[in-house]
Design a protein around this ligand. Sequence first.
Ligand code: ACO
Length: 320
Amino acid sequence: MSFYIAGTGSALPEKVVSNDDLAQFLDTSDEWIYTRTGIKRRHVLTDERLADLAILSAKRALEDAQVSADEVGLILCATMRGDTFTPSLACAIGEAIGSHAPAFDLNAACVGALYCMEVADAFISTGRADTVLIVGAEAMSKLVDWEDRASCVLFGDGSGAMVLKKGTGRLSAILSTDPDTHTIRMPNIEGINSPYNKNPQEKLAMHMDGGEVYKFAVNAMGHCIEEVCRRANLTPAEIDWYLPHQANARIIEASRKKFKIDKSKVLLNISEYGNMSATSVVVLLDEYARKGTFKKGDRLLFVAFGGGLTSGAVIVEWNK
Ligand code: ACO
C-alpha cells in the first residue's frame, strides 16, 4: 500500500516582476527572455519570510485534503535553503500548524518534491506514517546573482504543498543522479566568520552553465519518462498528464519532441512564475487540480531535473 494525493495548495509572494521590469536595470529585454525561456513574469519575495509562504501553502493543502494537523505523520520540505539553517522550514511549518510529527528539509534542488514523494512512500509503505505533508518552498531571488543576466531572469519565488495519504495512487518512480558539481552550483557562506578559514569566499550566487544544463535536461527528462513508464508497465502514450519541472519552455518542448509526447498532455505555467526550483511541479499540480483538470483514475507523470545533477520521475494515479 502506498499513497494517493489527497490535497494541494500553493502560496506566492505578492510582488510580481515582469521581464520589462528587469530590463530597467539589466541589459535584457522581454523579447530575449520570452523567446529563449517562455517566461513573462515571476513572483519575488520582498519583506515576507519564505516560511510564511511555506506555512500558507501547507495550510491550504491540509484544508483541501480535509486533514487536521494531528493526523500528519511526517512533514517534508523540499528546499535549497530556508530562512535559517536551523530550525528547518519543515519545523517552522510544524510549529505553525501545531504538529509534533517528524519534520525535516530535503535538498535535491529542482527535483526535491519528487525525492520527498519517494521518502513519503517509504514511510507510508513501511507503516511509519499514514499521512505525509510535502511542501516545496524556494526563495530563488535570494540565491541568484542579480548582475548575471544569463541566470537571474530565469527564476522566481514561491511555495506549493501536497498531502499524501495511505492508499492506492503511486504507480512507479525513478530517482537518479549524474554527479556533477560544476554545471549548476551555489556556494554557501560556510566559514565566513571563522578566523581559521583561509579559503577565499566565493560570491553567494548561482553559477550555471546554461548550455550544459539545457543538453542534460532534455535527455534526462526523456530517459526518466521512459524508465518510470517501463517500471509501471505503461507506455508514455498511456499517461494522461505530464507535469514537467518548469525551468524553460524550450527544454520541455525539445524533450517532448525528442521523446514523442503528445503536446496536449504537457502542462505548463512557466510564463507566470519562472523556475521556482523544487516548488515548480507542486504549484503546477495545485493550479491544474483546482481547475478540475484531473479526473479520477488519470495518470499523472511528474518529471524534473536540477543541480546535482539530479533527475527523476514519479507516476501517480489521481484518486482524490
Ligand atoms: N538578456 C539578453 N541577452 C542575454 C541574456 C539576457 N537575460 N542572457 C544571456 N544573453 C546573451 C548571452 O550573453 C549571449 O550573448 P553573446 O552571443 O553575445 O555571447 C546570447 O544572449 C546567447 O546566449 P546563449 O547562452 O547562447 O542563449 P541560449 O539560447 O542558450 O539560452 C539559457 C540561455 C536560457 C540560459 C538556456 O541555456 C537555458 O535555459 N539553459 C538551462 C537553464 C536551466 O534550466 N537552469 C535550471 C537549473 S536548475 C536549478 O538551478 C536548480
